[in-house]
Design a protein around this ligand. Structure first.
Ligand code: SAH
Length: 220
């Protein structure tokens, strides 16, 4: 795929995301992409995060298979979860479920540092190679069980779960900084999950908001 073609497809993808943001605003409270999130989505070449045979579909607003029964999330879901994190340039972010590395690359454009944990060694290695090739030096891929979080990088201002669980693993709450926010699909595997935001206040008290139904692969 030539660069101009990818840029045009990325613009079209962002337009579709904007329309879906607007349509779901009554559930999410977010009616549009903030300019930095839109810019991040335009700047990460999504076609480099999908298998070569699926490149032509990379900018369509749907999840795509990346091997091993796993998927790269739908662009709207990546955009919404990123938006809900309200990232600032100094933020330390933890992502559980690196998959292709696409979500981590988007987070890396907006945050200070991203630690991302992937269970499958093959996916972790491929994602790390892609992120290195793109010069995403503030994104660090770790192979391991994300249910444990990534203690060496804690605490985190923001945490994003890219796989569904219920209950959410306790170490993630412990590694969330005061005044931090976690965004996750919450629900038992095989059901429709709810996208939730969980805020931790300065005293450590948690408050949860349930936003909209989503479908994710399970945290295993
Ligand atoms: N964020 C990814 C999509 C993730 S799909 C992207 O942008 O492409 C969910 C991922 O979570 C899968 O790659 C799966 O292997 C991984 N996963 C499932 N259980 C996990 C666990 N316990 N720890 C870490 N990763 C896990």
């Amino acid at each position: 795929m030539i660069e101009d073609e990818a840029a045009g497809l990325a613009q079209a993808m962002v337009a579709v995301i904007e329309a879906e943001m607007s349509a779901t605003a009554w559930q999410t409270g977010r009616d549009a992409l903030s300019p930095p999130v839109a810019e991040a989505l335009l700047s990460v070449p999504r076609h480099l995060f999908v298998p070569a045979a699926l490149r032509a579909s990379a900018y369509e607003n749907r999840p795509l298979p990346i091997g091993g029964g796993q998927t790269i999330s739908q662009p709207f879901v990546v955009a919404l979860m990123t938006e809900l994190l309200d990232l600032e340039p100094g933020c330390a972010v933890l992502e559980i479920g690196t998959g292709s590395g696409y979500q981590a690359a988007v987070l890396g454009r907006l945050a200070g540092r991203v630690e991302t944990v992937e269970l499958r060694p093959d996916l972790a290695a491929e994602a790390a190679a892609r992120l290195t090739a793109l010069g995403a030096t503030n994104v660090h891929v770790h192979q391991g069980d994300g249910k444990l979080g990534w203690p060496p990088g804690a605490p985190y201002d923001r945490i994003l779960l890219a796989a569904a669980a219920e209950p959410l693993p306790r170490p993630l709450f412990e590694q969330l900084a005061p005044q931090g926010r976690l965004v996750a699909p919450l629900g038992p595997p095989g059901t429709v999950e709810w996208l939730v935001t969980i805020d931790k206040d300065s005293a450590g008290k948690l408050s949860t908001r349930r936003l909209l139904p989503v479908a994710f692969v399970p945290l295993v």
